[in-house]
Design a protein around this ligand. Structure first.
Ligand SMILES: [Fe+2]
Ligand SMILES: [Fe+2]
Length: 140
């Protein structure tokens, strides 16, 4: 249950900010969905998870496309690897949703896994892209 303080459970650390175009607001909006889910846990369970998680998958899919499109536009050499990495992230989330369907609810642990998936995308792939942007002097 929410404690009524309005405090967010999941917060993107400063070190995970990319500072380029709309990437950070999109990462934040993914974390927002996870926080909305956390706010709606009742006794550690979120039974009405389908619409929230379909919103999460839709946002994640369009975020990945946004990154891949701009990487293509900028001639980023790591695009193919990054694209595969995105597909792995998406399939992990889809597997997780299947697990939640089997158990009948989303737990805080499931939300943590989703949050870590967002962090994983940033730490393993997006920060590398940031280095490319710096090398191209595209980031200010
Ligand atoms: Fe990303
Ligand atoms: Fe990415």
């Amino acid at each position: 249950m929410t404690d009524g303080s309005g405090a967010r459970q999941f917060i993107l650390p400063q070190a995970f900010h990319i500072h380029f175009r709309d990437i950070d607001p999109q990462h934040e909006s993914l974390v927002d969905v996870i926080n909305d889910c956390a706010d709606q846990l009742v006794d550690g369970e979120l039974r009405e998870f389908e619409s929230l998680f379909s919103a999460f998958v839709a946002r994640l899919t369009s975020h990945f496309k946004y990154e891949e499109d701009q990487m293509a536009e900028l001639g980023y050499h790591g695009l193919e690897w990054h694209r595969e990495h995105h597909q792995e992230c998406l399939s992990r989330v889809r597997d997780l949703i299947e697990t939640m369907r089997e158990q009948g609810y989303a737990s805080l642990q499931d939300l943590r896994i989703c949050f870590h998936d967002i962090l994983h995308d940033i730490a393993r792939a997006d920060l590398k892209y940031g280095e490319f942007l710096d090398a191209q002097r595209l980031r200010t």
